[in-house]
Ligand binder design. Structure first.
Ligand code: ATP
Ligand code: MG
Length: 647
């Protein structure tokens, strides 16, 4: 059999072998969607149906795009584009810019974005505190991704019942002012890359023609998280053609807060009635134990659209049961995770096969400290820190200015030369901060080395663009080590061992989701994404207090109910420690009736009950109560207040 078809199941094979044209794979986590599309690309190329250069595959994170390129290369496909929507758009925009806009290419806004939002908020008279600015920036991002212009914002926000960070007309004003300031400064934000690309193709016939002549076969991974803006770009790429393969899992929609929707995925068979539609349900990633837990998590999801109610069937050999552990405080949780990580490393599991996943980036710190204490190397994904380091910022300035002067030559060598100007030596310094600085700069050179293997004729400009994108997407270069990542950054990826930490109310689900059913369901899907990242070992943990000795006011996540086995110590201790949730209604310690009278509550018994436990009397009392309950047609436990008794 064809090598590319080996190791695929019949349904995967059907998607791989489908002729050029619309193909849709609707399937759960770990069922091989990404594998199917990489094999499909390789198959089409190998059979000569399309050349590698005519393929454009898009996905949602830089790491996922990188993995897809690696998988394609392993299948012998060289030169196919596998990028994030933004990276693909940036590349196209840079190319078309002289024709559609002209003049100097605008720079990516990078970290100055909040500064512009602050200026805009200031003009509108809104708070410029960092939290408010972040909320405003998030709202502008939602509007742009949802194709909502400033004038339409108040209506759109009302229609979708958004919890706006300020009155809607003021948010609209901030949005409008931000756009003006940004355009005056000739800057592009992340969403502008997509907006300008779509506009270039929609409004410039010859540009569209050239593009469509070059790219003929489109593939989208993680299609459940497509935004209207991304869909518009995709439609502009396609034109009237239908050579589009999409794969996704509606249960993994985790960006609807940012405008994404699984609708285009679920509606794909309606939009393209001739599409080949494939459903996969065998899970090849995880042990049956992990698969079972994943099925349990998603089983309780409410409002699942038809077409997303797939149940995963584990294919791998049995593995260890997922572990649930409760800790008194976060420091203890982090220390235990670090010890377990260390034990796994000692057993021979590679550091790159271990991940600690959390809901919000701020949670990483305590785990970073704990790992550092036991001497385990780690890398933080989705963390901004790499791009905030002084030497990296300095390097970006130097590289940008060198790119503006156009220095030529082999990219990694050029990058090394530029960075030598700011202190990159051939040999590493002995240690301390000098060594850390050297390692950051070297990571940039390694990134340049990686880029030339994946992008034909990558030059310094391409490299700077790549760095800007990574800075904006908070995607630092990869180093060998344990991965610390947010659940959002983990989608599409897999590790042998996964620690899902900080599973408490207010964190997962996140506090602001409370009271909003749709938002709570998105949080549940995040847990599903987390659980399904594990191949074999899965630890779920939570801590009842933040700091050591702090008040234990936290409760474990509501999503864990029904998942933590009843006979598990965590269940028992958690039950004991959940007074807010589980505190029983005050009852008479003698007869068990509910108490409402304050004095009776204080005494813990009904006024009519004997203070000393007299079994005979008690039995009589119970019988009397049962009769009275029958008489009143209420269940016996419902209660008799002291007043009823007296009556
Ligand atoms: P996600 O929804 O998390 O993105 P996915 O559906 O894209 O998951 P993949 O990442 O493609 O799943 O595959 C999950 C794992 O299962 C990978 O390690 C992949 O190599 C393996 N796998 C997929 N299909 C098969 C198969 N037919 N036989 C053996 N292993 C497979
Ligand atoms: Mg995938």
């Amino acid at each position: 059999m064809d090598r590319l078809l080996e190791g695929l199941d019949p349904e995967q094979r059907a998607a791989v072998e489908a002729p050029r044209g619309p193909v849709c794979v609707l399937a759960g986590a770990g069922t091989g969607k990404t594998r199917t599309i990489t094999h499909r690309i390789a198959h089409l190329v190998q059979r000569g149906h399309v050349s590698a250069g005519q393929v454009l595959a898009v996905t949602f994170t830089a790491r996922a795009a990188g993995e897809m390129r690696t998988r394609l290369r392993a299948l012998g496909v060289h030169g196919a584009q596998a990028r994030t929507f933004h990276a693909a758009a940036l590349r196209q925009l840079r190319y078309f810019w002289p024709r559609v806009v002209g003049g100097e290419q605008w720079q990516l806004i990078d970290r100055n974005k909040l500064r512009l939002v602050a200026q805009a908020a200031n003009r509108v008279g809104l708070s410029t505190e960092s939290d408010s600015l972040r909320d405003l920036a998030g709202e502008i991002e939602w509007a742009k991704a949802s194709l909502v212009a400033p004038d339409d914002y108040p209506n759109a926000a009302g229609r979708t019942s958004r919890d706006t960070p300020a009155p809607a007309d003021q948010v609209a004003q901030v949005y409008r002012t931000y756009e003006e300031l940004k355009n005056q400064a000739q800057l592009l934000d992340f969403d502008d890359l997509l907006l300008h690309t779509a506009a270039a193709l929609e409004e410039h016939g010859e540009v569209a023609e050239e593009f469509r002549d070059r790219y003929r076969c489109f593939v989208v991974d993680e299609y459940q998280d497509v935004t209207p803006l991304q869909q518009r770009v995709l439609d502009a790429w396609l034109g009237q053609r239908d050579d589009l393969t999409v794969v996704g899992d509606a249960n993994q929609t985790i960006y609807s807060f940012a405008g994404a929707s699984p609708r285009p995925l679920l509606d794909f068979p309606r939009r393209f009635p001739e599409a080949v539609v494939v459903r996969l349900e065998r899970d090849y990633r995880s042990t049956p134990q992990v698969v079972e837990l994943a099925n349990e998590v998603i089983k309780w999801a409410r409002g699942r659209p038809a077409g997303s109610r797939l149940r995963l069937i584990g294919q791998r050999p049995e593995g260890p049961k997922p572990t649930f552990t409760e800790f008194d405080d976060e420091t203890l949780e982090a220390a235990a995770v670090a010890r377990r990580v260390k034990a796994l490393l000692d057993e021979g599991v590679s550091a790159s096969e271990i991940a600690v996943l959390y809901r919000v980036n701020a949670q990483s710190e305590v785990f970073e400290q704990a790992l550092a204490e036991v001497g385990v190397p780690y890398q933080v994904r989705g963390g901004e820190r790499f791009f905030q380091r002084a030497e990296v910022r300095q390097a970006m300035v130097a590289l940008r200015s060198a790119a503006a002067h156009e220095p030529t030559g082999e990219l990694p060598k050029v990058v090394r030369e530029v960075l030598a100007g700011i202190g990159l030596t051939d040999e590493p310094p002995a240690g301390g901060t000098a060594r850390e600085k050297w390692e950051s700069l070297l990571a940039l050179v390694e990134l340049a080395e990686e880029l030339v293997t994946t992008v034909d004729s990558a030059d310094l400009r391409t490299f700077v663009g790549e760095l800007e994108l990574r800075a904006e997407a908070q995607h630092p270069p990869t180093v060998e080590g344990v991965t610390l990542a947010s659940l959002h950054a983990a989608k599409g990826l897999e590790w042998d061992a996964v620690f899902l930490v900080g599973l408490v109310e207010g964190t997962l689900p996140i506090q602001h989701a409370d009271g909003d059913d749709a938002a709570i369901e998105e949080e549940r899907r995040l847990l599903y994404v987390g659980v399904t990242r594990a191949r074999e070992h899965l630890w779920l943990s939570w801590a009842l207090a933040r700091a050591a000795g702090g008040r234990r006011y936290r409760r474990r996540s509501r999503f864990l109910y029904g998942l933590v086995p009843d006979d598990h110590p965590a269940s028992r201790t958690a039950a004991k420690r959940e007074p807010l949730q589980k505190r029983p209604k005050p009852q008479c310690r003698v007869c068990g009736s509910a108490l409402v009278d304050a004095r009776a509550i204080k005494l813990s018994r009904c006024a009519s009950c004997p203070s000393d436990l007299d079994e005979e009397l008690l039995a009589k009392l119970r019988a009397w109560r049962a009769d009275r309950a029958r008489e009143l047609k209420v269940p016996a436990y419902v209660v008799f207040t002291d007043a009823t008794l007296v009556a």
